[in-house]
Design a protein around this ligand. Structure first.
Ligand SMILES: [Zn+2]
Length: 127
């Protein structure tokens, strides 16, 4: 019954979480504070990140896409729509990419409620 004993000890120790990378672990002893995160090795793992980009607030800004420096297909399609290309054909002509790339991006943009489609297949940015 070694396993169950180990489990009960683990639950007695409060699990801690790295605020940088989200890694969760159990300290060696109760009240023991790790110097660095075992996963990302950040010494500031218990301090919340102040940058806005990882906060929930930025999710409201639907036109901003996180974790990408190069524009994504979604961004390019949205840009094209904003420029006045509302038909899939127009967007494709504007971006000069295969139509399935556009379809994929449109599906994602619609799912994220960034764009909306009118009855005659015209895409608009959702306000
Ligand atoms: Zn970490």
């Amino acid at each position: 019954m070694k396993l169950t004993r180990l489990k009960s000890i683990k639950t007695a120790i409060k699990q801690v979480k790295c605020l940088r990378c989200g890694h969760k672990w159990f300290p060696k002893k109760p009240g023991f504070k790790a110097k660095t995160c075992p996963s990302c090795h950040s010494p500031y793992w218990d301090l919340p990140i102040k940058r806005k980009s990882t906060s929930i607030a930025s999710k409201k800004n639907s036109t901003k896409f996180e974790n990408s420096k190069a524009p994504t297909m979604q961004e390019l399609v949205l840009k094209s729509i904003k420029k006045g290309n509302h038909l899939r054909k127009e967007i494709q002509k504007d971006l000069n990419v295969p139509v399935w790339n556009i379809d994929g991006a449109i599906t994602k943009l619609r799912r994220n409620r960034i764009i909306t489609v009118s009855g005659i297949g015209r895409y608009y940015e959702k306000k």
